[in-house]
Design a protein around this ligand. Structure first.
Ligand SMILES: O=C(O)CCC(=O)C(=O)O
Ligand SMILES: [Fe+2]
Length: 312
């Protein structure tokens, strides 16, 4: 793998991790043999350990789910041991994933294999040179996730920039070409961090640092009145696509469904993709006592709250 010579640093890349024939074979398996959840938007299937939403580690009470035979040759080998958690995701055209960092304390290494149609991923950093919000500058770098490429996010790209995929039906390439989205699958590989603490010191993106600083977020699984403080490190957003801001948990941010209306989308006549069911972002949130989530049809308000749920 080779490091991309871009900001953020730490993105390692390998083109053609598998052959087009192998990819075609996998896509048949994904489409015909797997049981996907029945809902719209991005769909996820998990292998290996299961995430625990209370500890942000893995749930030791849920047995490891063996990797299916087709997955074995797709596991990265550079870590010297297989990943602990693997997530297969299907993105129908128009689906995305909110900007986030994968939980620092829970996971160490992070890899993703792209299959099917290409898509643009946004890496975003809010730099705040002198510590006041006024001076804050948002940097966005787009990386084209081409099919069959394996990407490792390490260093800055893993810890200090968020990554996400906008919910829209086209992407605009650097040369101005507008490219239609099509079905994409990705496989995300995670290695558990032991001990489950991160020393990166990023108060905005690192859950360990936030815990040390006494910054606690509101967790959907916690009932009201338990004495938790609700704090969000998210900045109020001024533009539509910034509203889903960083999260440090295994967590989810509600993503406003405004991507189709951005000027760079040349197909405003497209019907909006299905509004994300809140559970798109929280497919496995284990809190049945949660109050009903907000109406997903009214996300135009800049969203400055962060809810913990699952999108891993
Ligand atoms: O779909 C991808 O390539 C990456 C998804 C992702 O960021 C995640 O599962 O945490
Ligand atoms: Fe991620």
């Amino acid at each position: 793998m080779q490091e991309l010579a871009i900001q953020p640093r730490g993105i390692f890349w390998q083109d053609d991790f598998i052959t087009p024939e192998h990819e075609a074979h996998l896509m048949k398996i994904f489409q015909n043999e797997l049981e996907w959840p029945e809902r719209s938007g991005r769909l996820s299937l998990h292998y290996g350990y299961t995430f625990d939403y209370k500890t942000f580690g893995v749930d030791p009470s849920i047995p490891f789910k063996d990797f299916p035979v087709w997955l074995i040759p797709l596991l990265p080998t550079r870590e010297g041991r297989p990943p602990d958690q693997v997530c297969l995701q299907h993105y129908p055209p128009g689906a995305g994933i909110p900007p986030h960092v994968d939980t620092h304390s829970a996971y160490d290494q992070l890899y993703a294999l792209s299959l099917g149609a290409p898509v643009m991923m946004q890496f975003t950093r809010n730099s705040d040179a002198d510590g006041d919000e006024e001076g804050e500058k948002k940097e966005v770098v787009e990386v084209d996730l081409t099919p069959r490429s394996m990407m490792q996010m390490s260093g800055d790209s893993r810890l200090h920039w968020t990554h996400g995929i906008k919910k829209r039906k086209t992407d605009t390439l650097p040369n101005g070409t507008v490219r239609r989205r099509d079905d994409r699958w990705s496989i995300t590989y995670r290695w558990i961090r032991e001990p489950a603490v991160c020393d990166c010191g990023d108060a905005k993106l690192c859950d360990t640092t936030q815990r040390k600083l006494g910054i606690e977020k509101e967790y959907r699984w916690k009932k009201e009145g338990e004495g938790t403080t609700t704090t969000t490190t998210d900045e109020p957003s001024t533009t539509t696509d910034e509203a889903a801001t960083t999260s440090t948990e295994p967590a989810t941010i509600e993503e406003p469904n405004t991507d189709l209306a951005t000027p760079e989308d040349p197909t405003p006549e497209d019907p909006a993709p299905e509004d994300p069911a809140p559970e798109d972002l929280a497919p496995e949130d284990p809190a049945p006592e949660d109050p009903a989530p907000e109406d997903p049809n009214t996300p135009e308000e800049p969203n400055t709250t962060t809810e913990v749920s699952e999108f891993l």
